[in-house]
Every structure is written in structure tokens, then in C-alpha cells.
Design a protein. Structure first.
Length: 302
């Protein structure tokens, strides 16, 4: 079965995807967009089908000025439904005035981490289940030229995007029979695929992968999954929490690994801010030790 799967981070040629292969992509976010472009760049001619629960594609980016939002207006501590209701009203007000909805969403960026951190674990879980897909296609957008290319690829029939649930896969001699059910339908359909690419991002077991650094941390009890199982469990200052619940004094994580604690940690500006805050903490620690370099500080970057 493994020979039918392709890693989204390897090129189609390295994955052994023949130019005429029927390719199924799981997920319809930016990783899917990147892989479709990689296929096209490699001269792929076969049909490509992408499926996700809601079949949502990332919106196109526009050069807009972020809306100036007062911190006192942000509904910190409210449940996801109330926050979403507030955001929709804000966007409706902006669009009624002839402004772009992206302006309101971009204006919320300085507050998204705190909004996330002030949610309960159950509220975060509810967000991931019901609102994450909508948030991501509006928040993480395609460049206009990429949007135009993907739109043309869909229009030409080379790429089909479906809102569907993967039910089962049956490997055969030359292809995999994929069973899926469209959203809202009761019947199960099938599709033959020579390659399957999983572009869904984090899932129930995000570190069930061969990664020596991460595997070593887990095996030695130096790290653990967060309660939502979407990243490494870290303290507010990015210290990795071990299996007993104790934050490390020498091991830190930044970037997507810390999404459970900060949520918005995938864009370069967010990671840059994390790195600055962590560097400042390390400097304070070293100075508190009188400048001694005897204690080794390590940062695990993702």
C-alpha cells in the first residue's frame, strides 16, 4: 500500500508519480495548492482529484490595509460561536462601507493568539471541529497569480475539488480503489488512483512519523503531545513540557509545533515574534546566571 502514497513534501518525480497518473489529494488547503502546482510544473497530464470534508479552497489574497481594531472591542474569553458572530458583524459592517473583508480579518491578527489562549480546552476542540476549515481558507490565502492558475486548472477539468469523506481504500495491482461519500449524500462512490497524497496537515496523531529528533524527545519522556493532540505541549514561554508536566529549562519549541498553545504559529511574522521573545528570555536567563555559559540552552525549531 505504501507505494501508492506520496509525501506532499517530495517532488512528484521523486514520489514516482507518472505524468498520466490519476492523483488523489486528501485536503484542499494551501498544501494541496502547492502540490497541484508541483504536479503541473513537473508536466503532469493525468486527472487530479482533491477531497476534504467541506471542499473549501483558500481565498485569494488582496493588497488591503488591515483594519485598526481596538483591543477593548475584541471579545476575549468568549466561546468560539460568540467570537465568530462578532467577527461576522465586523466584516458585514466593513463590506457595507465598501471595504474588503480581508481588511477586518487582517486587523484581527495581533489578537488571534490571545483569543486562542483564553479559550478553554473544550472550546478549542469545538473550534477545531466546526470552524477551523472556515478560518484557514480566509486567514491563509493564495497569492492572486496562484489563485488565477488554480481557477484555470479547475475550469479546464484537470483538477476536481470535492466536499467528501474518505470511507475506505482498497489497493490493487496497479491502483487504489478509493471509496468516498460526498457531503450530504448517502451513497458511496469510487475512484481509481495511482497516487494518494495526504495534504491534510496535522491530525489525530501528528507525530506518528519517522522524525529522529521528535521521536527521541517522546521516547525519552522529554516531550508529550498537548491535550488536543495537534502539537507539542509547551508552556507560555515556549518551554517544552515533559511527560510528567514539568516545563524544561533548556528545551524550547517555536513554530507549528506550538500550535496548540498559540494557534497562529505558521506564518513567518508569527514565528519571528516567537523567536524574538525566546531570545530575550534566554538572554535574561544567562544574565541572571552572571553571564556564565556553563549551562547549555537549546532551542528546537520547527
Amino acid at each position: 500500500m505504501e507505494r501508492y502514497y506520496a509525501d506532499p513534501w517530495t517532488t512528484p518525480n521523486d514520489a514516482g508519480a507518472a505524468p498520466d497518473a490519476r492523483v488523489l489529494i486528501l485536503g484542499t488547503g494551501l498544501t494541496m495548492i502547492d502540490y497541484v502546482l508541483s504536479l503541473i510544473h513537473a508536466g503532469h497530464r493525468g486527472p487530479i482529484q482533491a477531497i476534504s470534508r467541506r471542499g473549501l479552497l483558500p481565498h485569494g489574497h488582496r493588497d488591503v490595509q488591515p483594519l485598526a481594531i481596538s483591543r477593548t472591542d475584541v471579545p476575549f474569553g468568549e466561546n468560539p460561536s460568540n467570537v465568530l458572530r462578532w467577527l461576522r458583524k465586523l466584516i458585514q459592517t466593513q463590506t457595507a462601507q465598501g471595504n474588503d473583508w480581508r481588511s477586518a480579518l487582517d486587523g484581527l491578527r495581533p489578537f488571534t493568539q490571545e483569543l486562542w489562549q483564553r479559550l478553554s480546552v473544550s472550546a478549542r476542540r469545538s473550534f477545531l471541529e466546526h470552524a477551523r476549515a472556515w478560518w484557514e481558507v480566509h486567514r491563509h490565502r493564495m497569492a492572486p497569480e496562484i489563485e488565477a492558475r488554480i481557477t484555470e486548472t479547475i475550469r479546464s477539468g484537470r483538477l476536481t475539488v470535492l466536499a467528501a469523506k474518505l470511507c475506505a481504500t482498497e489497493p490493487g495491482a496497479a491502483a487504489v480503489t478509493v471509496h468516498y461519500r460526498r457531503r450530504g449524500a448517502s451513497t458511496v462512490e469510487t475512484w481509481e488512483a495511482e497516487k494518494i497524497v495526504d495534504c491534510r496537515g496535522f491530525g489525530a496523531t501528528p507525530f506518528a512519523v519517522v522524525n529522529p529528533a521528535l521521536r527521541s524527545l517522546f521516547d525519552r519522556g522529554l516531550a508529550r503531545l498537548d491535550p488536543l493532540r495537534i502539537g507539542i505541549d509547551v508552556a507560555p514561554e515556549c518551554a517544552i513540557i515533559d511527560h510528567s508536566g514539568t516545563p524544561s529549562q533548556t528545551l524550547f519549541a517555536v513554530g507549528p509545533l506550538t500550535r496548540a498553545a498559540f494557534w497562529e504559529t505558521t506564518a513567518v511574522p508569527d514565528i519571528r515574534n516567537q523567536c524574538v521573545a525566546l531570545a530575550q528570555r534566554i538572554v535574561r536567563t544567562v544574565r541572571a546566571q552572571g553571564g556564565s555559559a556553563s549551562r547549555r540552552m537549546e532551542a528546537l525549531e520547527a
